[in-house]
Design a protein around this ligand. Structure first.
Ligand SMILES: [Zn+2]
Ligand SMILES: [Zn+2]
Length: 184
C-alpha cells in the first residue's frame, strides 16, 4: 500500500497556498501539487523530515495548471511531470489521456474536470483506505467553487469520487474523511 503524507496544508483567504502531498510506494516518490507556499522551506523542510531529498523525487502530479498548484515544480530536478494530457520529462513531451493511468498499482489518475477543464484527481490506496487528492473541493466546507469552469461537471465528478474514496485531500485545506455529511 502507498504511504501518503501531507507536506503542507493549503488555505485561501487574504493569502493563498496549495495543499502539497507526498506519495511513496515501491520506487515511486511523487509530489502532488508543489504550488504556492509561504516559502520553499514549507515544502523542503517537511520533505527532509521524512528523509526524502528533492533529488529522490521521481514524479510530480499536477491537479491542474494554476500557479497555486504548480509554482515549485522546479524544486525537483529529476521528475516526470504528469497532467491531464501528457507526461513531461526533460525535453520529452509524451501525450496521453490521464484517465485510468497508473503510476503504480496503488496510485492512479482520474480525469475530473469542473474547476478547470484540465483537472485530474490522484487516487492513492493506503492502509487507511483510498485517498483522493483533488481540487474538486477547495477545503472540507467548500459547498461550491467560485472560480469553477463548469459547476455541473464539478458536482458530477465530486459524486464520482465520493463513490471511490474514503478520504479527500482538498486543494486548499486539511484532509477529511468521506461521510454522509460530505458536501457533494
Ligand atoms: Zn485552480
Ligand atoms: Zn487552487
Amino acid at each position: 500500500m502507498a504511504q501518503l503524507d501531507i507536506l503542507f496544508t493549503g488555505y485561501v483567504g487574504e493569502r493563498v497556498a496549495g495543499t502539497v502531498s507526498l506519495v511513496r510506494t515501491g520506487n515511486l516518490v511523487v509530489v502532488v501539487d508543489p504550488g504556492m507556499v509561504p516559502e520553499r522551506s514549507a515544502i523542503l523542510d517537511p520533505l527532509a523530515a521524512l528523509a526524502v531529498s528533492p533529488d529522490a523525487v521521481t514524479d510530480v502530479v499536477l491537479s491542474h495548471h494554476h500557479p497555486d498548484h504548480t509554482m515549485h515544480i522546479a524544486l525537483f530536478p529529476n521528475v516526470r511531470v504528469h497532467d491531464h494530457w501528457a507526461v513531461y520529462e526533460r525535453d520529452v513531451w509524451t501525450s496521453r489521456p490521464a484517465e485510468g493511468v497508473h503510476l503504480a498499482p496503488d496510485v492512479w489518475l482520474l480525469e475530473t474536470p469542473g474547476h478547470t477543464p484540465q483537472d485530474i484527481t490522484t487516487m492513492v490506496a493506503t492502509d487507511d483506505g483510498v485517498a483522493a487528492l483533488t481540487h474538486l473541493w477547495w477545503h472540507e466546507r467548500a459547498e461550491s467553487d467560485p472560480r469553477a469552469w463548469d459547476l455541473g461537471e464539478l458536482h458530477a465528478h465530486r459524486a464520482r469520487i465520493l463513490e471511490l474514496a474514503d478520504r479527500i485531500v482538498p486543494g486548499h485545506g486539511r484532509p477529511f474523511a468521506v461521510g454522509p455529511d460530505t458536501l457533494r
